[in-house]
Design a protein around this ligand. Structure first.
Ligand code: HEM
Length: 227
């Protein structure tokens, strides 16, 4: 028991170590990645019309007698908080540990996506807050109708400013996912010359598919394909 406490206490154990934080980032990043994939596929119901989309939203809210959505929200909230904590903590550790010359040298060899992770992460955090106030609770929506997810979707994306913000946020999401998938496959031990090409391809295919799927929604509403 004492050993387990020490292991998780954050004072020299698992959570204080760089590898411990990287594992937290990789596990929570994988949960969030699975969520955005399933969320994008679920939102595709919008192409099938109001009945299909509202039935899907209703199912999310009523599964397990209404408990399902709260279990799902709790898992997502814990994953987001741990992911942000590990990212901040690793950044602070790196700033403390790294001599300046090495840091500059590293910046040259790192990809642009990896260097911008913290900025795309901050844009995503702001996007999630806006998105919840927009399509879940409705405070920043022009004409929110509780229980009518399809109308909220169409009326929300009819505003050009809101749609543009969604599109920019999805581009940040793509960049974040592209480097994130590459990183978590490394943390899970799949960085090997034989697999690196496959890892890069998988990261690119998922990042591009999620961005294209997600930006198609505001564009489809603005073009009148979804109305
Ligand atoms: C254009 C892309 C997106 C569309 C069209 C979209 C659409 C929606 C809709 C309609 C809801 C409300 C469902 C309901 O309450 O009935 C929702 C909820 C939510 N979305 Fe998105 N979403 C998009 C992208 C994202 C992204 C990229 C994330 C995360 C990074 C995200 C995270 C969430 C979360 C956490 C909820 C709340 C689920 C809940 O607790 O009820 N969404 N989204």
């Amino acid at each position: 028991m004492a050993a387990a406490e020490h292991y998780l206490d954050g004072k020299g154990g698992f959570l204080a170590s760089s590898i411990g934080k990287k594992i937290v980032m990789a596990v929570t990043g994988t949960i969030l990645f699975l969520f955005v994939t399933v969320h994008m596929l679920g939102n595709m119901q919008a192409y099938l019309g109001p009945h299909a989309f509202n039935a899907y939203a209703e199912l999310l809210h009523t599964s397990l007698h209404g408990a399902g959505i709260w279990i799902f929200r709790s898992v997502l909230l814990v994953a987001v908080l741990l992911h942000a904590w590990a990212a901040l903590s690793l950044t602070l550790d790196n700033m403390k540990a790294r001599p300046k010359g090495y840091r500059e040298q590293q910046l040259w060899s790192a990809t642009w996506a990896s260097r911008t992770m913290r900025y795309s992460g901050v844009v995503l955090a702001l996007f999630i807050i806006y998105h919840l106030l927009h399509l879940t609770t409705g405070q920043v929506h022009p004409s929110f109708q509780p229980g009518n997810a399809y109308a909220n979707f169409v009326n929300g994306f009819s505003q050009v400013g809101a749609s543009l913000f969604y599109i920019v946020a999805q581009l940040c999401l793509g960049l974040h996912l592209w480097h994130g998938i590459w990183s978590f496959t490394q943390t899970f031990g799949w960085a090997h010359p034989r697999y690196n090409k496959l890892r890069r391809t998988v990261a690119t295919v998922f990042a591009v598919a999620i961005v294209l799927g997600n930006i198609s929604f505001p564009i489809a509403v603005l073009c009148g394909v979804i109305r």
